[in-house]
Ligand binder design. Structure first.
Ligand code: NAD
Ligand code: ZN
Length: 371
């Protein structure tokens, strides 16, 4: 039989741009005016138990909220829960014109966004991030997904929200460790993109200064994602600290929070940058001192418990590997990563990662003994 072919034009994304509206105690007004300007058949909220327990009265002030409540934490980010939410939407009579509002941290945002991308082949969703991490990171960029027994975030889609409402009011109830966890991603933004911002983050700042710092991070991430929404090139720089960081997080059985694993990962990857002759040794030392001073090298005991073999396995199976080579983003100086034309991450031999891990273990040992 002769081969035949047909060209089908792919429609461009409906949501080429979407706004992030940032402020304090504005979410109800912002969401209400967004809903008023559209013709949604229903508005459904997806919230986790902990956020709901803190903000029940606030959420219930929104006119006729229909609320789907999930157990809190990463264990909810799976296909079974996605199916349960789909069941909830169906029972509520949601159709293609319904709106899903995810109000919570990265788990609720990733899971809700994933469901919104699937339900009736895609419905609109609005993200209201309530953790520092979700505000500066996971709510920006359209990555949605769930964890499976084969890997974290292994199944997912790009589905951009119609609107992100960043309301710092929700951070009032966020525990300090969770704040610090997200703060690490802010430090990452500074290290890859803005030296002045790094300096701002490293000196003690007051509660009042938080919003402007959070907003700075949102802008950095948004600018990067805008230039490379599907992570073909530039967006890879957001993975700085994440090659070793993910491996440590995985090896530790996720008993260390993501941000803290990434903090260790950033020091490890800065070490690799020095080894490659890209970063000055004294800058690496400054980073270590700064991270210690700001309590970012958290839980050295976790690092000390791990063996190289524990870390090696997840490194060799990293989603970012290309043709079995472990890739890493390298730092040139504070505020700038190495890139050559469109290349932003580089393959390095396994032995170097082992050296970096030994380097981290030495820091952990010294740090542990001095406390
Ligand atoms: N999509 C992306 O681009 C992207 C980027 C980074 C991380 N992520 C994902 O984000 C998830 C982590 O996000 P997270 O750290 O926000 O975790 P999370 O959603 O589990 O929230 C952390 C904890 O804080 C609680 N919480 C949330 N907001 C609160 C508030 N205002 N007050 C009190 N408690 C509150 C939650 O109930 C939970 O127990 C991971 O699944 C990760 O894979 C996604
Ligand atoms: Zn991260």
């Amino acid at each position: 039989m002769r081969e035949i072919s047909l060209k089908v034009k792919v429609p461009s994304s409906r949501n080429a741009y979407y706004p992030i509206v940032f402020g304090n105690n504005h979410w109800k007004q912002t969401l209400a005016s967004f809903v008023e300007n559209h013709t949604f058949s229903k508005v459904i909220f997806l919230v986790d138990e902990q956020v709901f327990s803190f903000w029940k009265e606030e959420i219930e002030q929104f006119p006729h909220p229909e609320i789907c409540i999930l157990p809190s934490g990463e264990t909810s980010k799976n296909l079974e829960k996605a199916m349960e939410i789909i069941g909830f939407l169906t029972r509520q009579g949601c159709d293609r014109k319904s709106l899903l509002v995810t109000l919570g941290g990265g788990v609720v945002g990733d899971l809700g966004g994933f469901v919104a991308s699937l339900y009736m082949r895609g419905i609109a969703f609005v993200q209201i991030p309530t953790t520092v991490l979700s505000l500066v990171d996971s709510s920006i960029g359209g990555k949605t997904g769930v964890d499976t027994s084969y890997g974290k975030n292994l199944v997912g889609s790009f589905h951009f929200p119609s609107l992100v409402i960043a309301d710092v009011m929700f951070l009032q109830s966020l525990p300090e460790t969770q704040k610090k966890n997200g703060y690490v991603e802010m430090v990452k933004h500074a290290l890859i993109a803005d030296e002045g911002y790094y300096r701002q983050l490293m000196v003690p700042f007051t509660e009042k200064e938080w919003p402007s710092l959070l907003w700075k991070s949102c802008q950095i991430k948004a600018r990067i994602v805008e230039k490379d929404p599907r992570e073909h090139h530039l967006r890879q720089i957001l993975n700085f600290g994440h090659t070793l960081g993910h491996a440590i997080e995985h090896a530790a059985g996720y008993e260390i929070l993501h941000g803290f694993a990434v903090a260790w990962g950033m020091i490890g990857e800065a070490f690799l940058s020095v080894k490659q002759g890209i970063l000055r040794q004294d800058i690496l030392h400054t980073l270590i001192q700064d991270f210690k001073k700001n309590s970012l090298l958290f839980s050295p005991q976790t690092i000390l418990k791990l063996s190289w073999e524990d870390v090696r396995y997840p490194l060799l199976h990293d989603k970012k590997n290309i043709r079995n080579h472990i890739h890493v983003v390298l730092l040139e100086k504070i505020g700038q990563v190495k890139h050559t034309s469109c290349q932003y991450s580089y393959p390095l031999p396994e032995e170097l990662f082992q050296e970096a891990f030994v380097f981290l273990k030495n820091i952990a040992e010294e740090w542990d003994e001095s406390h």
